[in-house]
Ligand binder design. Structure first.
Ligand code: MTE
Ligand code: MO
Length: 528
């Protein structure tokens, strides 16, 4: 018997694995459930030791889904490639490999509450079967009995003229088509989720008007280069694990209130629009925001007080945690008291006078003043579940981020924009925020680079913009008569409790960065 061609067997394994993965992506999209490939990644994360997770968040911050998807995909394809030659020699290897593939897929898929065992079975099992069929067929085409030895050109037996060459071509054509088809299946899966025309739906929404709500324009200081008081929707930072923005059909969408409540119920988008009574300026921030970073924004959110929604459901004793679930399976969790302590925790349906943009959670999201987004701000909200703090850890908790995460006081220098300014009057300006504690004072320190900053105790108090709520940021500005030279500019804010932000530098993980933002600028002679 001739030797099998290892490379062809490997390619067969690779193509078969691709087909299986592509089919799971397509079927999951058709079923409207999360990607099983990502579920497998999630299961791996859940079982990964803390230190590895800690290291990974340094690299990935609060967006790991593309990483999970690529890692699991590459690992599966590599495994297919590696197992191909073994399956070529012993068909049982291929059978076992795809049985295991299907089994892992079903189990991992079922860990996601949005998939469950039923859907998971009907996605992973057909995918595994199809992968196995493709493997068998390709291995058959690659079987050397039918092919001439590649090392002896022209040795084709007269009894089967050209048949080996034809089969090799057929092999390559089929393997290529299978891999290509798998990629097409995976991508069309991604696009299926974008069928709903969200822009059309948004245009049709009529948001209620709330008495006395702040106008989204013309608030705050007007300094060239300073972030506007209200961040326009188009400029608002975006952070989520969604590979494709979920397109939710607001006409069939329901928000479920479940868990430890007397009376679980559902709300439609129209119900929420009827119940909306607050419109408030709230600053939200990402926990992965570095000192001086731009993962923070201030918008006027319109919505329904969370307390009102909970009251109607009747929160049971011991329900210490509120879990917000997204249509894409993402979850947050925060203490129930945060919804009831008087801050404007809400189910938001409007952002700066418009329905929520698709990227920011249309049709509804959670906004909880004073908490970082990853524990509170579920976009594309689908379920609010009451549970106990010890009974559920939301998406980012097993990934090494803190369970409770109030926003830390931070300040940022926006102006001067670049690192060069001309001597004379120059504004130094920026923003400062302090969760729900409000910003009371912002100070700036200007130290020539050749002097000791610690010795310089001259902090200049900045002029502050008005503050729409205690949960909104404030802009600040200091007029600086800059003399030629090189300087360090530093800023620090003091919150409404009189606590000044710490100088101690710390990384975003696990519960938010600290430290004073510092910039180095060179002042040049006017006309130089
Ligand atoms: N569905 C969903 N909601 C989510 C997230 C997510 O990954 N998925 N990320 C959260 C995080 S980490 C942040 S910081 C905020 C960001 O909200 P924005 O994109 O509207 O600025 O959304 C939160 N809500
Ligand atoms: Mo975040």
């Amino acid at each position: 018997m001739r030797h099998r061609n290892r490379l062809m067997d490997s390619l067969a394994g690779f193509a078969a694995a691709a087909v299986a993965l592509g089919v799971t992506e397509l079927l999951a999209a058709l079923a409207g459930t999360p990607s099983i490939v990502v579920s497998v990644g999630n299961v791996i994360v859940d079982r990964t030791p803390g230190p590895v997770v800690k290291w990974a968040i340094g690299l990935l911050g609060t967006n790991d889904k593309p990483f999970l998807l690529t890692t699991v995909t590459i690992a599966s394809l590599a495994l297919g490639f590696a197992l191909g030659p073994f399956a070529g020699r012993r068909p049982v290897v291929g059978q076992v490999a795809f049985a295991v593939f299907g089994f892992i897929g079903v189990l991992a898929g079922a860990t996601d509450p949005l998939t469950g065992y039923g859907a998971s079975f009907w996605i992973a099992v057909p995918a595994a079967l199809l992968g196995w069929v493709v493997l068998r067929y390709l291995l058959q085409l690659a079987t050397p009995e039918a092919a001439p030895s590649a090392s002896m050109p022209g040795s084709t037996p007269a009894s089967m003229p050209g048949r080996g060459v034809a089969d090799r071509r057929k092999f390559l054509a089929f393997a290529g088509a299978a891999t290509g088809g798998a990629a097409v299946a995976a991508f069309s899966g991604q696009f299926l989720t974008t069928r709903v025309d969200v822009e059309e739906q948004r245009a049709a929404v009529e948001l209620p008007t709330i008495e006395g709500s702040p106008p989204p324009q013309n608030i705050g200081l007007n300094v060239d280069g300073l972030s506007p008081y209200i961040t326009p929707n188009d400029d608002f930072y975006r952070i989520d694990t969604a590979l494709v923005v979920p397109r939710v059909d607001a006409s069939t969408w329901r928000l479920r209130i479940t868990g430890l409540v007397d009376e679980p119920y559902e709300l439609t988008f129209a119900d929420l629009a009827d119940m909306a009574t607050i419109e408030e300026s709230v600053t939200i921030s990402c926990v992965s925001n570095e000192v001086g970073g731009r993962l923070v924004g201030n918008a006027i959110w319109l919505g329904v007080p969370l307390a009102k929604v909970l009251e109607r459901a009747g929160v049971q004793d011991g329900a210490t945690q509120i879990v917000g679930r997204s249509v894409d399976g993402f979850t947050v969790g925060f203490p129930t008291e945060v919804a009831l302590d008087g801050r404007s925790s809400m189910i938001a349906i409007g952002m700066n006078g418009e329905p929520l943009p698709a990227e920011h959670g249309f049709p509804a999201r959670l906004i909880v003043p004073g908490l970082y987004g990853y524990v509170s701000a579920t976009k594309w909200l689908q379920e609010i579940e009451l549970t106990r703090l010890e009974d559920f850890d939301a998406y980012w908790i097993p990934r090494g981020w803190a369970k409770e995460a109030p926003i830390k006081t931070q300040s940022r220098i926006d102006v001067p924009r670049g690192s060069n300014v001309t001597a004379g009057m120059n504004p130094i300006a920026g923003i400062a925020w302090a969760g729900i504690r409000s910003v009371d004072k912002v100070e700036v320190r200007i130290t020539p680079v050749d002097q000791d900053r610690d010795a310089n105790q001259e902090w200049i108090t900045a002029r502050l913009s008005e503050e729409l709520t205690q949960s909104s940021w404030r802009q600040w500005v200091v007029e600086w008569d800059a003399r030629p030279g090189e300087y360090y500019l530093e800023v620090r804010a003091t919150d409404g409790d009189g606590v000044t932000q710490t100088e101690q530098r710390s990384e975003p993980a696990p519960d938010g960065a600290t430290g004073w933002h510092m910039r180095r600028v060179r002042v040049r002679e006017a006309g130089a």
